[in-house]
Design a protein around this ligand. Structure first.
Ligand code: SF4
Ligand code: SF4
Length: 376
């Protein structure tokens, strides 16, 4: 007769070991501070202020409120009264590929490196979305945790949970909150995905030490941000290229278009200039994840190639990829801005065609881009 294994306490080292077996680079476990604690009040106040200042732009999912009018993402207790801890997992995506700030072929755009991925475990490889890849790994980790700790309540989330993942990543000892608002880890840098499992388990001591802030007097990310979206430890998402090129619908404010440069989906600049990411490229092995491998065609992609895509090409190329989030209309709008910023006369015939398109946003943006090329 097989004896049932005794439940084991979930120590940070056990969580990390099981997470690595499930395909993550690193993991930790964070206690959820009690509802009436000073920490909870501070985090809530910070998030509430950020929302009240309009910094979330059109990202309505961040502004969702429960029946009592509380912001759902400002405290976990509002949604899951049972939650006691958060397992935070990091998956490195810093592949051995050029950075957005490296010299690039003329007329190339930039797609944020987290969105490049393809799954090479299938034949032929197909576009992959980290949300799906990591959710599968989280479920496998969740099952392993249940096997070790016995029955408990749990929920897995990749970007969709009622919490700000970065806050718990810090409590779980994954890294410190950096001036560019990412979580920085001394070995991995900041180019990793975060995903979480909420649990009803009390985390076992000793909990990891909070990582010390090692940004020091550096301000490289703030100085490099082309749209001045950053102040130390604060980001105005409404000025951030990632928000503008992915989440924002309709026209992009004209005063921010020049700063968008050649970015057509997301922006990596404030991470690419960070000395900790430079260091991690030199000292840590690059990410080598077959389900999240870099798709060569999307690294420094030619703007002419992207702009020639029909709706069918777009659907085919980006089926199952995060790039779909920008939608075909948004992607063409972003391309028009990048072509205008490239200043290349070669783009004029295409932009002129777009300036007569049925889509009024594309028409206006293409006209702006034509003017910009003319001015250059
Ligand atoms: S992602 Fe780009 S635009 Fe956004 S804060 Fe960083 S550098 Fe600025
Ligand atoms: S660039 Fe400098 S200030 Fe910005 S996150 Fe990196 S270390 Fe911190």
């Amino acid at each position: 007769m097989k004896l049932a294994a005794m439940p084991q306490p979930l120590t940070p080292s056990l969580v990390n070991e099981l997470a690595q077996q499930a395909g993550f680079s690193l993991a930790g476990i964070a206690p959820v501070p009690p509802l009436d604690s000073a920490t909870t009040s501070e985090e809530r106040a910070r998030f509430d202020e950020w929302i009240a200042a309009g910094a979330a732009g059109e990202m309505e999912y961040l502004k969702r409120r429960n029946d009592s009018g509380e912001l759902v993402r400002s405290t976990l207790h509002a949604v899951f009264p049972w939650v006691k801890s958060v397992v935070v997992c990091a998956a490195n995506y810093n592949t051995d590929q050029p950075r957005s700030i490296d010299p690039a072929p003329e007329g190339s755009g930039w797609i944020s490196r987290y969105a490049w991925s393809e799954d090479r475990t299938t034949s032929p490889p197909r576009p992959s979305d980290y949300h799906k890849v990591l959710l599968k790994r989280l479920r496998s980790l969740e099952a392993a945790l249940h096997e070790h700790a016995g029955p408990f309540e749990s929920r897995c989330y990749v970007d969709t949970g009622p919490l700000v993942e970065r806050v718990y990543a810090r409590y779980a000892g994954i890294g410190w909150t950096a001036k560019n608002c990412t979580i920085l880890n001394q070995q991995l840098g900041s180019l990793f995905f975060l995903s979480v499992i909420l649990t009803s388990l009390e985390p076992e001591s000793p909990l990891p030490q909070l990582a010390a802030d090692r940004c020091g007097s550096c301000t490289r990310c703030i100085d490099a941000c082309p749209t001045q979206a950053l102040t130390p430890y604060q980001m105005d998402a409404t000025r951030c290229i990632s928000y503008l090129t992915i989440e924002k619908r309709g026209e992009i404010p004209e005063d921010l278009r020049t700063g968008i440069g050649r970015n057509v989906f997301g922006c990596d600049i404030c991470q690419d200039v960070c000395p900790w990411n430079e260091k991690s490229l030199r000292t840590a092995p690059p990410a080598d994840d077959p389900e999240l491998a870099a798709r060569a065609a999307l690294v420094n992609p030619a703007l002419d190639w992207l702009s020639a895509m029909t709706p069918d090409d777009f659907a085919q190329w980006f089926y199952g990829s995060p790039i779909k989030r920008a939608k075909y209309e948004g992607f063409r709008r972003n391309l028009a801005i990048a072509m205008g910023n490239s200043g290349r006369a070669d783009s004029l015939p295409h932009l002129e065609e777009w300036s007569r398109d049925d889509d009024p946003v594309l028409r206006e943006t293409a006209a702006w881009a034509i003017g910009r090329i003319g001015a250059k």
